[in-house]
Design a protein around this ligand. Structure first.
Ligand code: ZN
Length: 492
């Protein structure tokens, strides 16, 4: 079954049932009535042809740079041209006065299923993140996982993140993977589905590689737009033996699948397992492997990553919150290790805000260097856009506003109170902007957020589903008696 067929199947059903009704998106409805791109209640947004007019454009393309009073011409999901005075008769005009246009943010590591357990990491061993997520996760149905993913993707789009990495590690059976993938197709943001494990996967076992092959065949047949791509997310040599990693890596490389795994979350683990050196010796590093965190590794380890062009994914708010350490972003940059940015889990970090993630990267590095000039806004913006695309192997498709690439872009208002007055655009995005300033989000030429409203998400249903899932999982956990800490978390 191809991606396109599945989406059409879904849309047919959705239109019939009215499940995607979005009465609040009146602007989209009006535009839809005239055949323009945008949200029409009950209909997945079409890719149209339009010109974004009079934006301050941060292309993130080294050649095109920054264009004030700029225009972006988009047709059938692709960027046709970027510049000034573009001609495109018949294209819809999208006014972007007083807005900054830039590529959508690219996120490289997010345990999305857990979004419905937002903030549920308590202050003790019995209530902390690892304990609680393991406890609750075992009571999730495929639909619960799907609800988590939908909430996470909704927040991503709202916040200007156009590409997410669903680092899926609560896959209790094949139907969980299917349920999560369906959500990505319904909601429309670009996604890497990184097929992981579950807390029930035995320590001496690989991922269910047969099912990864099944999923690849069933869902990832002939995608041309790269909207949904598949990878694997094994536990890696800090948890499993290197023999298991060898098997998983060999499978992934035979099937053309990129790999991502956690690494270096504590000094003890690094000393005991020497995961990066083990991967290096086995020939398992490379541009197709995103290592997550790498907070406690040695300069020698980082050199191995630089030599093999192995990217890292840094999630400063969870690394700080959970005590992995202070994200050593400068060490990677100075050694030549490619850096991308991530959310990780909103159970710990609370929200999915790439603006504050970028701001944290800049401020942590300047603080560590004891210098105002440690790292520029432009450089951290690259990490959140083009370098994210490179880490996912998608830089030919996304990451900059370059003609020929897919049209993933966001428009950020500069007239909101926290943005005034217009000064230096890159500083405004990294230091001032917040998700609520994101007016418009376009993915593959489709408007997924328009005039501040999500077009493919029913917010009321989303809220009901999230509450329902977490209440039920909590009850199950208490009933089993497995979670002596679970009730301590709630005082109401
Ligand atoms: Zn993680």
């Amino acid at each position: 079954m191809t991606v396109e067929m599945t989406r059409r199947d879904f849309l047919g059903a959705a239109a019939a049932l009215g499940t995607m009704a979005l009465a609040s998106n009146t602007a989209g409805a009006a535009q839809g009535a005239t055949g323009a791109p945008g949200g029409v209640p009950g209909v997945f947004p079409e890719r149209g042809e339009f010109i974004v007019k009079n934006a301050h454009v941060l292309t993130m393309d080294a050649k095109l740079g920054e264009v004030s009073g700029g225009e972006i011409h988009v047709r059938d999901g692709a960027i046709v041209a970027v510049g000034r005075n573009l001609s495109a008769p018949g294209a819809e005009i999208i006014r972007a006065d007083n807005m900054i246009a830039l590529p959508g943010f690219i996120e490289t590591h997010w345990h999305m299923w857990g979004a419905v357990a937002r903030n549920m990491a308590g202050p003790t061993e019995n209530t902390g993140y690892f304990y609680i997520s393991r406890l609750l996760g075992q009571f999730f149905t495929p639909e619960d996982n799907a609800r988590g993913v939908r909430l996470a993707v909704a927040e991503a789009i709202f916040s200007g993140i156009t590409t997410v990495t669903n680092w899926s590690h609560n896959l209790l059976g094949p139907e969980y993977a299917d349920a999560e993938i369906k959500v990505h197709q319904e909601v429309g943001a670009r996604a890497r589905f990184a097929y992981g494990y579950s807390r029930k996967t035995p320590p001496d076992a690989t991922l269910p590689l047969d099912d990864v092959a099944r999923v690849q065949k069933q869902w990832f047949g002939d995608s041309q737009d790269m909207l949904l791509t598949l990878g694997i997310a094994p536990r890696g040599p800090e948890t499993n033996s290197i023999e298991i990693a060898r098997e998983e890596w060999a499978f992934a490389r035979q099937h053309g699948l990129p790999i991502t795994t956690h690494m270096g979350t504590s000094m003890e683990r690094v000393k005991k397992r020497q995961g990066i050196q083990a991967l290096a010796k086995a020939g398992l590093l490379g541009a197709d492997v995103v290592l997550v965190h790498v907070t406690n590794n040695s300069p020698e380890d980082l050199k191995l990553l630089a030599e093999t062009k192995t990217p890292v994914s840094l999630s400063p708010y969870t690394e700080l919150r959970t005590g992995f350490g202070i994200t050593p972003v400068g060490s990677f940059l100075r050694t030549g290790v490619p850096v991308s940015l991530s959310v990780d889990t909103t159970i710990l970090c609370g929200n999915a805000d790439m603006f504050t993630i970028m701001k944290a990267m800049q401020n942590i590095e300047n603080g560590l260097q004891k210098s105002e000039f440690g790292i520029t806004s432009q450089r951290v913006l690259e990490m959140a856009t083009i370098d994210g695309a490179r880490a996912l192997g998608l830089a030919d498709y996304i990451g900059s506003l370059t003609p020929g690439k897919r049209a993933d872009l966001i428009l950020v208002r500069t007239t909101d109170v926290n943005m005034l007055p217009f000064t230096i655009a890159t500083n405004m995005i990294v230091q001032s902007a917040q998700p609520w300033n994101v007016d418009t989000v376009i993915v593959d030429g489709r408007f997924l957020k328009r005039e501040g409203k999500l077009t493919t998400i029913d917010m009321a249903q989303l809220a009901r589903d999230a509450a329902d899932t977490i209440e039920r999982a909590r009850k199950e956990a208490s009933k089993e008696g497995a979670g002596k800490g679970i009730n301590e978390l709630f005082t109401r």
